[in-house]
Design a protein around this ligand. Structure first.
Ligand code: ADP
Length: 631
């Protein structure tokens, strides 16, 4: 069997050997086991399902969370002569039907779909007729609410089991704690389970934490000091735009990447970075999944991510080629104060979520016990005004309501309109057209940052304030865009809200259904563990990360800032001891015991080792009378 596997590996991918664990995983799948493969980023997970699929008759269905990931894999497979296709949102229905038809007829080997797709009726009907031989669930940690990237849609994947109870499933992930792994296997209803986990150790990575009050200076220093390309992770799209401008103005070949940019721009920037034309990519967590750049030499985090899993995943994009690389986390005094703020943003207080639900229902005049089956146009700005809160607070609360199954928000909600000024203050002052003047004035009064970065705006709100129709307002914004005074990226569809249940009394909202409290306290624990990593300066960073993934007894890495610090203090100490021995032995006879008595008790073991080393290296000698002589 292995020979056949190697032949496929060689024929299509051109590799001559399997990496550690790859063959074991493939063999388990070929033997019909449900298999969990936990390999670090760059470990070669795709081969683990693609090779067995090639050896099995029939179709391999791959569930993947991101369109970009699917497209990337389909392209790679097509390039090596394997028929693969993906179905994703926005694709014309006709095209979807053709792909489904081809999958049924056996003309496609790999079919990539998002988890939401599996639920659609068309897919469910087609699925029954597919010659399915294997299901691969990529980024499988998304299935678990105990993981750092929980996606509720993932929990529906097991509906495939109903149709194909005996087709094996392989779940792949680069990051998961034991709790998450158990959950993945449970949710996917694993039988005859085989579990393979590789070590999380990345010996070529130096993990470093820098305490600093000048993060930007540190970024400059690192970019100057480390040869090669790097990533700087920041926490907001806004910050990504600002920091990349700062770097560009300072003469660096920098760019930025976040989910607010169009698909084409993202692709272009990503390719330039991969090709080495851009040295520094300033990005949000939207960047990275599935991006294979072997020679990324450093990954800087300007702020600490929400969990060590997320940190490990993002930092791990450095050094995929095995060459020495740096993962640097920048920390300043205010960072430690953010814990509660972050917690409340992600998991708003239950009372606030209830308040948002009530406000939402009354905005659409939905009475208790009433239902509304049709989706309605939704304007977050109106709700903001009503609740006198900020959008940054409201969005998480709405997401909680969606997770609780009370509402559904259309994709457009997550891609609102944005604009920013391309002209400077003076040009805008000089505008003579009154209508534009009013609009620009209102924009400036309502939104901060329009001169700096793409800012979310609400046309509905602006139109109401200016007492004109939304259509006219959009026209004005487009004219200003054509005049190159501002850059306007309209939302391509109106955001829609559906009430998925009849209105209930907010007191009866069942947070327990979504394990809200438990998830909140877990999230808090993860924040604290990450903060502990950022603040500790006594334990090897690599050991801390490995302990988080429950790899016990890992040895110290020798290359993180803590290890380096320990080494240099030991070297300093050795110098002091050497000088002491030299002085003492020069003036009188001293024995080992006398020397020992001069050393603090907590350092005596280290000192003993040091003396042993000096003896071994003939730097000192013990004379017949027991005294020490320096050679
Ligand atoms: P992951 O999904 O685990 O991050 P990939 O599947 O993208 O990793 O593989 C990472 C890189 O390793 C790819 O460039 C791939 O071609 C290479 N690779 C995988 N398996 C092997 C192998 N057996 N021999 C040589 N290269 C391999």
């Amino acid at each position: 069997m292995k020979q056949a596997g190697l032949a496929v590996l060689k024929k299509y991918w051109g590799h001559t050997t399997f990496r550690d664990l790859q063959w074991d995983i493939i063999a388990a799948v070929l033997n019909g086991n449900d298999t969990l493969a936990l390999l670090p980023t760059g470990g070669g997970k795709s081969i683990c399902y693609q090779v067995p699929a090639m050896l099995l008759e029939g179709l391999c269905l791959v569930v993947s969370p991101l369109v970009a990931l699917m497209k990337d894999q389909v392209e790679k497979l097509n390039q090596i002569g394997i028929s693969a296709a993906a179905i994703y949102a926005g694709m014309p229905q006709k095209e979807i039907k053709i792909i489904l038809g081809n999958s049924i007829q056996g003309q496609i080997k790999f079919l990539y779909v998002s988890p939401e797709r599996i639920q659609t009726e068309l897919f469910q009907v087609s699925l029954r007729e597919m010659p399915l031989s294997l299901v691969a669930v990529d980024e499988a940690h998304c299935i678990s609410q105990w993981g750092f990237d929980f996606r509720p849609e993932y929990q529906k994947i097991n509906s495939i089991r109903v149709v194909f109870p005996d087709v094996p499933i392989i779940a792949l992930t680069a990051t998961a704690t034991h709790k998450v792994i158990d959950d993945i296997e449970k949710q996917l209803e694993f039988k005859n389970t085989q579990r393979f986990t590789a070590s999380f150790s990345r010996p070529n990575l130096s993990y470093i934490v820098r305490q600093t009050s000048h993060k930007e200076n540190q970024i400059f220093q690192i970019a100057n000091g480390v040869k090669g390309a790097g990533l700087v992770y920041v926490r907001s799209r806004k910050r990504a735009e600002i920091l990349s401008d700062i770097l560009i103005n300072a003469g660096y070949a920098a760019s930025c990447y976040h989910a607010g940019l169009s698909h084409d721009i993202r692709n272009e920037r990503q390719s330039k970075w991969i090709a080495g034309h851009t040295q520094i990519m300033v990005c949000t967590s939207a960047f990275g999944m599935g991006i294979d750049k072997p020679n990324c030499r450093f990954v800087i985090h300007e702020e600490w991510p929400d969990s060590l899993e997320a940190y490990y995943q993002e930092a791990g994009r450095a050094g995929r080629d095995g060459q020495p690389s740096f993962c640097i986390l920048l920390v300043d005094a205010s960072d430690t104060l953010q814990l509660d703020e972050r917690l409340n943003l992600q998991f708003p207080e239950e009372t606030f979520v209830k308040k948002v639900y009530d406000a939402l229902c009354s905005q659409y005049q939905l009475q208790i016990g009433q239902s509304m089956s049709e989706p309605v146009a939704f304007d977050i700005e109106l709700l903001n005004q009503k609740l006198k809160t900020r959008e940054a607070n409201l969005r998480p609360a709405l997401q909680v309501l969606q997770q609780l199954g009370l509402i559904h928000l259309s994709d457009a909600f997550f891609e609102p309109s944005r604009c920013f000024f391309t002209a400077d203050h003076q040009e805008i002052e000089l505008l003579s057209n009154d209508s534009y003047k009013q609009l620009l004035g209102l924009l400036l009064r309502t939104y901060g940052g329009l001169y700096d970065y793409p800012t979310i705006i609400s046309e509905q709100f602006l139109a109401r304030k200016l007492n004109k129709s939304e259509a006219l307002l959009r026209k004005d914004l487009l004219s200003l865009h054509d005049l190159k005074l501002l850059n306007y990226k309209p939302q391509n569809q109106v955001a829609r809200l559906t009430f998925t249940t009849t209105r209930i009394q907010s007191n009866y909202i069942q947070f327990s259904n979504a394990n809200y409290k438990e998830r909140k306290s877990l999230y808090k624990a993860k924040l604290s563990q990450m903060l502990n990593y950022a603040c500790s300066n006594s334990t090897c960073r690599s050991q801390l990360i490995l302990a988080y993934f429950e790899e016990k007894n890992a040895s110290t890495c020798g290359t993180c800032d803590v290890c380096r610090n320990n080494k240099s203090t030991l070297i300093d100490k050795e110098q002091i001891w050497r000088d002491m021995i030299r002085t003492k032995t020069a003036v009188s006879k001293v024995s080992i015991n006398e020397l020992m008595s001069m050393i603090a008790s907590h350092e005596q073991n280290q000192f003993k080792d040091f003396l042993r080393m000096m003896l071994d290296q003939n730097q000192i000698k013990v004379m017949p009378d027991g005294s020490i002589q320096m050679l």
